[in-house]
Design a protein around this ligand. Structure first.
Ligand code: HEC
Length: 111
């Protein structure tokens, strides 16, 4: 009996945890680590295009904090640029889910 109760308590506990961490939050977190890992070097940890390796490039890496930038691009354009590369930027091999989290995270840079 005690054991059953413990199991039920554990199940309820786990369920609550799962409900508290909605999928969107996970995708954003995954996007953040992808960005830091693969993009921050050029685009900057804060998305301002001033990453340590960005300075030497011409044209400079895109500034994702600019609200002007976000007027034009849609997810398709960002995805195409990331998967194919553009200018001095190499292509990245990411799947659709990774791309979505990444874009969601990049949108948080917008001022
Ligand atoms: C080696 C440096 C470098 C890295 C790493 C890099 N970028 Fe870039 N990125 C650039 C440069 C330079 C440009 C501007 C290219 C141009 O305008 O010719 C750019 C432009 C872009 C653009 C704008 C394209 C457009 O036309 O709207 C997007 C979106 C972008 N990068 C996304 C990413 C993402 C996402 C990552 C990480 C997965 C990443 N970049 C990693 C250098 C880099």
């Amino acid at each position: 009996m005690k054991k059953t109760l413990a199991w039920v308590a554990t199940a309820v506990f786990m369920g609550t945890i799962l409900m508290w961490s909605p999928k969107a939050q996970c995708a954003l977190e995954a996007g953040r680590s992808l960005y830091i890992d693969k993009c921050a070097l050029c685009h900057g940890a804060g998305g301002d295009g001033k990453g340590p390796a960005g300075d030497a490039l011409s044209p400079k890496p895109t500034d994702f904090t600019s609200s002007q930038y976000w007027q034009t691009p849609n997810n398709q354009r960002i995805t195409a640029a990331t998967l194919n590369g553009v200018g001095a930027m190499p292509a990245f091999d990411l799947d659709a889910q990774e791309m979505k989290g990444l874009i969601d995270y990049m949108r948080t840079f917008k001022k």
